[in-house]
Design a binder for this molecule. Structure first.
Ligand code: PPE
Length: 309
């Protein structure tokens, strides 16, 4: 992670080195935090944040599912993101808001612990490498199951949930694969360690429906809309591992991963990135970089830049 100048922490911009927490922090002991991953892109009209509103809405939903009351409103959090972007001066970066139960009582129940909120930003290039975006990656079905809906709410982007993802991606990496694909407890395809999954078969796009222990991805939602607008049929339904093995194309998507083709799953070759994947990847990248107006409603500009436009 590349160091930047400022971090927004509990209402103020502090120097990068000063954004520290106490070792008694509840979130450190029990994974009781919620976070977001957001990207700002350089566009012809200046720096824009992609679907900031939806990310902040999801942060609030995640907090609610953990019985965490955020001490800042959605508008205040959005303003904090803009203030941080202004302070660090990076037109293109990744934003990471995080809220967690801080130090106070130690014990599993978080009642009474203060809620701390911070936002970091730093340059983050292609999640799985530039090469991955062009030629695709090799993914492995994980032996670790995705956390079920009655274990921890998978709809919450909660820090503790990511132990599940960490184990899966480490297992995949240690076996020579770039990414893991987790199955639900019923054996259906869920998502990657940090991405949602799409399959293309006979010209139709398929993606697991939202009941399948997946994070309701904002990129997933974006791509469903883009694909439909481009005239493709998109079906949200339970998928099984052989749907991946026999797919014409498979790709992953997420804020960090953007649209990353998958060329192999386990020991089955899917092939190089196919035409539907490349079309959707191009449309997505054009959208986030403001190179097309077609889906321009998803780009949010700094309040000051808006009045100038
Ligand atoms: N599933 C998981 C498990 C997940 O972590 C992400 C985002 C997604 C799907 C896609 O969600 P969205 O970004 O809203 O389209 N993963 C974030 C964090 C990755 C990390 O390594 O940290 C991200 O992409 O920002």
């Amino acid at each position: 992670m590349e160091e930047t100048s400022k971090i927004w922490m509990n209402g103020e911009l502090v120097d990068w080195a000063d954004a520290t927490v106490h070792v008694g922090t509840h979130g450190l002991h029990y994974g009781s935090g919620v976070f977001e991953g957001i990207r700002a892109y350089e566009t012809p009209r200046g720096s824009a944040v992609f679907r900031l509103t939806e990310h902040i809405d999801r942060l609030e939903n995640s907090a609610r599912l953990l019985y965490m009351e955020l001490p800042y409103s959605r508008d205040e959090l959005k303003t904090a993101c803009w203030d941080l972007l202004g302070a660090n001066g990076l037109p293109e970066c990744y934003l990471r808001p995080i809220a967690f139960f801080g130090a106070g009582q130690l014990g599993v129940s978080s009642r009474g612990n203060p809620v701390e909120v911070a936002i970091m930003s730093w340059p983050w290039g292609a999640y799985l490498g530039e090469e991955a975006l062009r030629t695709g990656i090799r993914a492995k079905i994980s032996s670790w199951q995705r956390i079920g809906p009655n274990v921890i709410p998978h709809v919450a982007k909660a820090t503790g949930v990511y132990l599940n993802s960490m184990l899966a991606v480490l297992e995949a990496n240690r076996s020579g694969y770039e990414e893991a694909i987790l199955l639900t407890q019923d054996g259906y395809i869920a998502d990657g360690s940090g991405e949602n999954i799409f399959v293309v078969k006979n010209g139709v796009l398929y993606t697991p429906d939202l009941s399948a222990s997946i994070l309701p991805g904002i990129t997933r939602d974006t791509l469903i809309q883009i694909a439909q607008d481009l005239g493709h049929r998109v079906v949200e339904k339970p998928l099984i591992r052989t749907d991946l093995y026999l797919a014409d194309e498979v790709f992953m998507c997420g804020t960090a991963a953007e649209v990353t083709p998958i060329r192999e799953v386990d020991d089955q070759v899917i092939g190089p990135p196919g035409p539907v994947t490349l079309e959707i990847q191009q449309a997505y990248l054009d959208t986030v970089h403001g190179r097309t107006e077609r889906w321009g409603q998803w780009l949010e500009y700094a309040p000051a830049a808006k009045t100038q436009a």
